[in-house]
Design a protein around this ligand. Structure first.
Ligand code: NAD
Ligand code: UGA
Length: 453
């Protein structure tokens, strides 16, 4: 099938590459000329395991192209995926300007019949707004009778760091469509497009557009709720002398609860949970409902991002001038270079505010960390941050080590080397990578999250 993807970011690029891999003829559009130039010269704008190979293979086979040419992109695909960003507006609601601009672009150029697929995470009712924006453009061109379209909601559930795998082996495909004749025609095309994923068993859930839009927010909000719940219990565990890791195993083994997303830690970050929890709260407020649980989820997470730094301050004092800390892990999670809403940014700010200096290291996010920390910090503050060449390189002369992201490379360090390099044999672990007992035996003073047993 001929497919257009509007927005070549995390979701758009992965969707485009994976649909090309399945044999489709994919046109990826972006407004960012530099991104398109990079992709056309064989580069990849994000770190995502396996993506580079899929893009290279399909570029070589002529199944995927990258361009900023809007008219050509609209002409190309009978299915037009909108995969642009929906960042939080000032009031926390989803900013739909990019989604609606994409819809208007389609309306300005389309002929014949098109399926317009909202893949971006969008609030309930956005399908109607996309339809209205596009229809306005068709009317303005005087072609409303000759061009027709149907808007479909197909939210994306991939995780960064496992995006290609998640897309290629989805646990579910959610498709919301209208029950009009054009809506059924759109559904038939979506069924054909996703047929390769449903070969062994049917994974598609068909519903109306609004329910599909809502399903995406419900999923992310549920996952964020589990994390904040565990973080709150972990903080209590620290006070009452309980091991939250033992509790996690104890409750996760109940199939009604399950093991996933029960890890207490430094708080959830990334481009989605924080903004999506906020946006659903905002939708509720627009309908005069106060989503108490989600407000608490957000408040707990904001507090949780401060917990690691507070543990450092509790141990070494409010005034950290003259103290220097090693920080391992900057990305909001492993296997990505994404620093959006990363807990490490809060920790760096906290330690600098208390007077300390820091040496930071991340296996892949160093370039992105330099970019975002330059935005977060003043030049004088930035001068107190050293960007190290390796995990070991952060340690020399540091008061203690603080681990923020659970990269595999940090899981089996040489504790003797760490102890020899640090001024105090103290590790603050925001991701509970090690066993407190093993740390005690290794002579390391260990501060996990919810593990003060
Ligand atoms: P992103 O910021 O990485 O990419 C968005 C891209 O859209 C950018 O390259 C931007 O230049 C481009 N763009 C903006 N306006 C455009 C226009 N009018 N025409 C063409 N291109 C345009 O965003 P992302 O992380 O891929 O997220 C996109 C959407 O998918 C969001 O709604 C997000 O919530 C949702 N989502 C993201 C993930 C994820 O893991 N990142 C997962 C599931 C869903
Ligand atoms: C999340 C969802 O998992 C995806 O299904 C969804 O498509 C995506 O948001 C989205 O809508 O963009 P992502 O943000 O890439 O994916 O990463 P997650 O693996 O969900 O992690 C999010 C944050 O939660 C990370 O900071 C992670 O460290 C934290 N987390 C995760 C915990 O603190 N504890 C856990 O048990 C799990």
């Amino acid at each position: 099938m001929k497919i257009t993807i509007i927005g070549t970011g995390y979701v758009g690029l992965v969707t485009g590459a994976c649909l090309a891999e399945l044999g489709n003829d994919v046109f990826c559009l972006d407004v960012d000329q530099r991104k398109i130039d990079l992709l056309n010269s064989g580069g990849i704008p994000i770190h995502e395991p396996g993506l580079e190979e899929v893009v290279a293979r399909n570029r070589a086979a002529g199944r995927i192209q990258f361009s900023t040419d809007v008219a050509a992109s609209v002409a190309h695909g009978e299915v037009q995926f909108i995969a642009v960003g929906t960042p939080p507006d000032e009031d926390g609601s989803a900013d739909l300007q990019y989604v609606l601009a994409a819809a208007r672009n389609i309306g300005q150029h389309m002929t014949g019949f098109k399926v317009i697929v909202d893949k971006s995470t969008v609030p309930v009712g956005t399908g109607d707004r996309v339809r209205a924006a596009l229809q306005d453009e068709l009317t303005a061109r005087g072609v409303a009778g000759q061009a027709s379209f149907s808007v479909v909601s197909n939210p994306e559930f991939l995780k960064e760091g496992a995006a290609v795998e998640d897309f290629m082996r989805p646990d579910r495909i959610v498709i919301g469509h209208d029950s009009t004749a054009d809506g059924h025609k759109a559904a038939a095309l979506m069924k054909k497009l996703y047929a390769p994923f449903n070969r062994n068993h049917e994974r598609t859930f068909w519903m109306d557009v609004r329910s599909a839009e809502f399903t995406k927010y419900a999923a992310n909000s549920m996952l964020a709720t589990r994390i904040s719940f565990m973080n709150e219990l972990a903080n209590l565990a620290d006070r009452v002398g309980v091991d939250i890791e033992a509790v996690r195993h104890g409750i996760g083994s109940d199939p009604r609860i399950g093991h996933s997303f029960l890890y207490a830690g430094a708080g959830y970050g990334g481009s989605c949970f924080p903004k999506d929890v906020q946006a659903l709260e905002r939708t509720a407020r627009q309908y005069d409902q106060d989503l108490l649980i989600l407000r608490a989820v957000e408040a707990v997470n904001d507090k949780q991002k401060l917990v690691l730094g507070q543990k450092v301050i509790k141990r070494f004092g409010e005034d950290l001038s003259g103290q220097h800390f090693a920080i391992w892990g900057l990305a909001f999670k492993p296997n990505t270079d994404d620093m959006r809403e990363a807990p490490s940014r809060v920790l760096v700010r906290q330690l600098l505010d208390a007077g300390a200096t820091v040496a930071v290291y991340d296996p892949v996010a160093m370039a992105e960390a330099k970019r975002v920390l330059a935005l977060d910090l003043s030049p004088a503050e930035l001068a107190r941050v050293r960007f190290a060449d390796s995990a070991t390189d952060t340690l020399g002369g540091a008061t203690a080590l603080v681990i923020v992201t659970e990269w595999k490379a940090f899981r089996s360090p040489d504790f003797d080397k760490i102890k020899a390099a640090l001024r105090h044999a103290v590790i603050f672990d925001g991701r509970n990578l090690f066993e407190p007992q093993v740390m005690a035996e290794a002579g390391v003073e260990y501060h996990g999250i919810g593990r003060s047993i």
